[in-house]
Ligand binder design. Structure first.
Ligand code: MN
Length: 268
């Protein structure tokens, strides 16, 4: 192939890609959105979360997490809860570890850490999205809720933060997002002052009520949609109460939230 014909074929290839991306969807911001007709050299698994009371599975698009959303937890992490706007980070979709309600699921102690922390959190799952969503309409986008854990390599998160490096691997790693089934909003009363708690080996470690969140789920959705267009399949971990702490191999974590079934993992 001559350099010229090679350049032309590249152009054609790019044109074809552009056409495919345009034809593929008008709603997604992603040029990589696949249609059923897309041919790929290998398969990449879609991540799903079971939906309670349904044979359907919830397809996960992105995992957003909000940081420091309970005042006492913000203080224990060394920040002022009265001044800081909400901040967000993401975990990779395949960090999801599904935890069936009636089981104690083995959860592998991750590599690289000597200070592995739990954070129990309410998780909102979206059925639709948009940009610049208003607080008033934000909850219309919620498909359902689940109970989840934002597992954290605290030593790495802190050390990297101290060095002004991204604390990505402190938060975003394999199995770092255990979660129970998603309960559709129709099956729930509106969350207000429900108690969320976490115990380790039968001893209560974290306990709060959902009205202690600094930013409500509606406010989180509104704020997040200013930064990114949100889509169906996005889930949002809404932050953890105070008293985060470490676990070691053999420990059993039990999470509770009124209206949802318990979630339990054993660190192995
Ligand atoms: Mn968290």
């Amino acid at each position: 192939m001559t350099p010229l014909s090679r350049r032309n074929s590249l152009k054609i290839g790019l044109a074809a890609l552009t056409t495919a991306a345009t034809a593929g969807t008008t709603t997604s911001a992603s040029a990589q959105t696949h249609t059923t007709a897309t041919k790929t050299p290998f398969k990449v698994e879609q991540v799903f979360i079971p939906i309670a009371g349904s044979q359907d599975m919830f397809p996960v698009r992105r995992i957003y997490c909000i940081g420091r959303n309970y005042a006492a937890h913000a203080r224990e992490m060394g920040s002022d809860p009265t001044r800081e706007p909400p901040f967000f980070f993401q975990k990779p979709t395949d960090a999801i570890q599904y935890v069936a309600p009636d089981k104690v699921v083995d959860h592998p102690y991750p590599s690289l850490t000597k200070n592995y922390h739990y954070e129990v959190e309410l998780v909102a799952a979206l059925k639709s999205g948009g940009k610049n969503i208003s607080i008033e309409t934000a909850l219309d986008h919620v498909y359902g809720y689940a109970l989840g854990l934002d597992m954290t390599r605290r030593d790495l998160q802190r050390a990297l933060g101290d060095q002004k490096k991204p604390w990505e691997i402190g938060k975003s790693f394999d199995h770092s997002a255990p979660i129970g089934p998603i309960y559709r909003v129709q099956a729930l009363k509106n969350f207000s002052k429900e108690t969320i708690s976490l115990s380790v080996n039968g001893v209560i470690k974290q306990q709060a009520t959902l009205d202690q969140m600094i930013w409500s789920v509606a406010e989180q959705i509104a704020k997040l949609s200013e930064a990114n267009e949100l889509f169906a399949g996005d889930i949002i971990y809404s932050g953890t109460p105070e008293n985060v702490g470490p676990v070691v191999k053999g420990d059993v974590i039990l999470c509770k939230l009124d209206q949802l079934p318990d979630l339990s993992i054993k660190i192995v």
